[in-house]
Design a protein around this ligand. Structure first.
Ligand code: FAD
Length: 467
């Protein structure tokens, strides 16, 4: 099954195509370089051409043509994903969705959008239409697309209230195109949503999204300091447990994260302080002030609605989620990170145990979320990288302690997830992508169903690209 890129290019030449090597290289990358492990393996990955469809009909034409000529297709939103998700390991076509960016319909509680729409543009349209906003967004709200968020993301700002993206009700409908001789248009709802959400575009291309909305507020961004880490954790847990006190973000940064990496926050923080980043609804601010009285050492150092700081710190959420790692990396290039699930049973005790074992080699950056109606905690821990062997050891020790690691130093769906086959995604790939041309190398179960997960998976096709 040899790809015939030249034939595909000729057949698609009436569409918006880019073959400029510099542009193609740039569109072949995402934020994989957060991981020194992936940087060492994926730096040379490059596609053959970029095509920017303007409509669903053009997407269908690209998929049909590439199918006929055996050309791999890797879809791209804006390439802010972290695990090489959007990188064309087998070369071929980069399907860049940025021109399909319409907000098509807005209704009470939901909207219908094209996949290339930026998260911030959806919010802008919904706020001006009817004072509604997305329930949750990636902290890359200003730059990321909704299609990339659904196909590659997990949750974010708002997850403390609404849970994760794949929880029932957080996506209503996805319209998906298959990659077959005659591509089909499928409408996925209910349980079928799991086939394509967080599947990295390996088994269908999303061309329309129906997603729920929440009432929009002029959220108050807040920084709080507490001198004691455990007390800061309790503060955050209790705050997220207050059912009537509406918040959109609760993030905890172990010292000296803010002191060392948050330039505009650092002057307002004492050495050793744990810092919290919060977003509170304006009408909940009185309740928040009352809540704070239970923690006499908690100090509100910043409120976006009443700031006396000389230098505006910007959006508070751009310190949390994976922006924390970005800020740390800018100061110390040896920093990398882990994604850790501490669950709902007793996350505070588990985090305390892990912190005692690893700090300061691993600094706790915790995001408070909700899972099945209970407060949950996840970590995007900052790791001082030394060697791959030590990184693997840190992962193993987290798992041995009972934490779940979603390894961000792997490019396959399974290794970045639960290290097992997602049967629904695999079954759907067999149906929707029979030649295996969609984002090749990202689904182990497709290539090697007997893989044992005892070492990092190295997709055989990748060595061919590197040669
Ligand atoms: C600083 C920083 C902070 C981040 N914070 C968060 C966060 O808070 N929460 C979070 O979940 N993630 C986060 N991320 C990861 C990433 O930014 C988000 O997941 C983002 O929503 C991805 O959108 P994108 O347009 O950049 O997608 P891309 O990176 O372009 O694509 C992501 C994946 O989706 C696939 N894809 C894109 N469009 C389609 C489509 N139409 N159909 C099928 N497949 C498609 C791609 O092939 C790829 O596998 C962060 C990353 C960075 C660098």
């Amino acid at each position: 099954m040899k790809p015939n890129v030249a034939a595909a290019l000729a057949a698609l030449s009436h569409l918006e195509i880019d073959t400029n090597p510099v542009a193609v290289k740039a569109k072949s990358r995402d934020f994989f370089w957060y991981s020194p492990v992936l940087k060492a393996r994926l730096d040379g990955v490059v596609g053959d051409f970029v095509v920017s469809p303007k409509s669903e009909a053009e997407v269908i034409e690209v998929l049909k043509t590439c199918y006929a000529h055996n050309v791999p297709v890797t879809t791209r939103g804006t390439g802010t994903g972290n695990y090489g998700q959007a990188m064309p390991l087998a070369g071929g076509c980069i399907l860049h969705m940025h021109k399909m960016n319409a907000v098509k319909e807005i209704h009470p509680g939901r909207c219908i959008v094209e996949p290339g729409c930026l998260l911030k543009d959806i919010d802008a349209a919904c706020i001006s239409h009817s004072a509604q906003e997305l329930r949750m967004f990636s902290s890359t709200w200003a730059t990321a697309t909704i299609g990339g968020f659904i196909a590659g993301g997990s949750g974010g700002v708002g997850s403390v209230r609404w849970g994760s993206l794949r929880d029932p009700g957080n996506i209503i409908r996805l319209r998906v195109i298959t990659m077959e001789e005659e591509p089909r248009i499928l409408e996925c709802r209910g349980d079928d949503l799991h086939r394509v959400s967080h599947a990295y575009g390996t088994n269908g291309i999303i061309t329309e999204i129906e997603i729920p909305l929440a009432p929009a507020y002029d959220w108050v961004g807040i920084f709080v300091t507490l001198p004691d880490f455990d007390e800061a954790m309790q503060f955050s847990y209790d705050l997220a447990s207050c059912d009537g006190l509406l918040i959109k973000l609760a993030t905890i940064f172990e010292a000296p994260t803010a002191q060392d990496y948050f330039q505009r926050v650092a002057p307002h923080v004492q050495p050793g302080d744990t810092v919290l980043a919060l977003m509170v609804a304006p009408h909940a601010m009185e309740a928040f002030t009352t809540f704070c009285t239970q923690f006499p050492t908690a100090k509100v150092i910043y409120r976006s609605d009443a700031s006396d700081w000389d230098r505006d710190p910007g959006h508070v959420f751009e310190y949390g989620w994976n922006h924390t790692t970005l800020r740390a990396l800018k100061v110390d290039p040896t920093i990398t990170y882990l994604q850790v699930g501490y669950g709902t049973d007793d996350p505070l005790a588990l985090i305390a145990e892990i912190r005692a074992k690893f700090s300061p080699e691993v600094l706790q950056h915790i995001e408070v979320t909700r899972q099945n109606g209970r407060v949950a905690m996840g970590g995007l821990s900052l790791v001082k990288f030394t060697t791959e062997a030590r990184l693997d050891e840190i992962v193993a020790l987290h798992e041995a302690a009972g934490a779940m690691v979603f390894n961000p130093h792997r490019y396959t769906l399974e290794e970045g997830g639960r290290q097992s086959t997602d049967q629904r995604q695999l079954d759907f790939k067999r149906e929707a992508d029979p030649k295996g041309l969609l984002n090749p190398g990202k689904m182990i179960a497709w290539d090697n169903p007997d893989w044992s997960y005892d070492q990092m998976y190295a997709w055989p096709g990748l060595t061919k690209v590197a040669e």
